[in-house]
Design a protein around this ligand. Structure first.
Ligand code: 13P
Length: 251
C-alpha cells in the first residue's frame, strides 16, 4: 500500500508566529486524517512550525535545500540545518525553482541525492508547460525530469522518494487538470519509473497531484487509482480550507 499525502506548500508566506497560529488551528481539525499531513514552510518558519507541530501528527518540511554539506554558498541552506530546525522532507525541483531561479535537472538530481543521504524525504516535483502538453511533449518532458533526477541513484534509494506531478499550466492559475488527465499522466509517470528502475517499481512510489487543488474537487482526484494525494499551494494558506482537503484525501 502506498502512503497517501496531503502536502501544503506555503511558498513565500507565513512568518514563524503565523505558522504556529496556523498549526494550532489545523492540528485538531485533521486529527483523524486519512492522509499523512505535511507542511512545507519557509526556512525561517520551520523551527516555530516544528515546535507547534510537536505533539501532533503533522510533519514539517522545507521548500528547498542546497546539495552541498556546507561551504561558501551565500544565502543557501544545508540538510543538517533543515533537520536541526525540524524538517523531515523537502520539495525538490518545484517548477517555480526551475523557472524563476534557473534550477537545472543536474542540480535537482544533486538535491535528491543529498536528501536521501540525509534521511529527508525528497518530494520530487515534475510537470510540463502548456505548450509542451499541446505539442505532445508531455511524456518526453516528464521522462527527462524523472530520469535525470534519479540518474545514478540506486533502486532501493530511488524507491524512497515521493513524486509530485504539477503541470506548470495548472499552478496558481485556477485551471485544475481534470481527474482523467491526472490519472493518465500519473500512469505515464509510473511507466517511466518502471522503465528506469525495473518492472512494478512505479507502483511503489506515491505520486501526488498539484495545481489549483481546491476542497471541491479533491474527492474526484482521490477517487482515481493512480492518485496518492495532493500538493497544495493557495488553498493551503488557510487552515480551514486545507483541513477540508486533508480530510477528503480518502482512498
Ligand atoms: P496552487 O495550489 O496555488 O496552484 O500551487 C500549487 C503548487 O505549486 C504547490 O506546490
Amino acid at each position: 500500500m502506498r502512503a497517501i499525502y496531503a502536502v501544503g506548500n506555503w511558498k513565500m508566506n507565513k512568518s514563524g508566529r503565523e505558522s504556529a497560529t496556523y498549526i494550532e488551528t489545523l492540528a485538531p481539525l485533521v486529527k483523524n486524517s486519512p492522509a499523512r499531513v505535511l507542511l512545507a514552510a519557509p526556512f525561517t518558519a520551520i523551527g516555530a512550525a516544528a515546535a507547534a507541530a510537536k505533539d501532533t501528527s503533522l510533519s514539517i518540511g522545507a521548500q528547498n535545500i542546497h546539495p552541498a554539506r556546507d561551504g561558501a554558498f551565500t544565502g543557501e541552506i544545508s540538510a543538517l540545518m533543515l533537520k536541526e530546525a525540524g524538517a523531515s522532507f523537502v520539495l525538490v525541483g518545484h517548477s517555480e525553482r526551475r523557472r524563476l531561479f534557473g534550477e537545472s535537472d543536474e542540480f535537482i538530481r544533486e538535491k535528491v541525492v543529498r536528501c536521501l543521504q540525509s534521511d529527508l524525504l525528497p518530494i520530487l516535483c515534475i510537470g510540463e508547460t502548456e505548450s509542451e502538453r499541446e505539442g505532445h511533449k508531455t511524456r518526453a518532458v516528464l521522462a527527462r525530469q524523472i530520469e535525470s533526477a534519479l540518474h545514478g541513484v540506486p533502486k532501493e534509494e530511488a524507491l524512497k522518494i515521493a513524486l509530485a506531478y504539477e503541470p506548470v499550466w495548472a499552478i496558481g492559475t485556477g485551471k485544475t487538470a481534470s481527474a482523467e488527465t491526472v490519472e493518465e499522466t500519473h500512469a505515464l509517470c509510473r511507466s517511466i519509473l518502471d522503465e528506469l528502475l525495473g518492472k512494478k517499481s512505479g507502483e511503489k512510489i506515491s505520486i501526488l497531484y498539484g495545481g489549483s487543488v481546491k476542497p471541491d474537487h479533491i474527492s474526484q482526484l482521490l477517487a482515481k487509482r493512480e492518485v496518492d494525494g495532493v500538493l497544495v499551494g493557495g488553498a493551503a494558506l488557510d487552515p480551514h480550507s486545507f483541513a477540508q482537503i486533508v480530510m477528503n484525501c480518502k482512498k
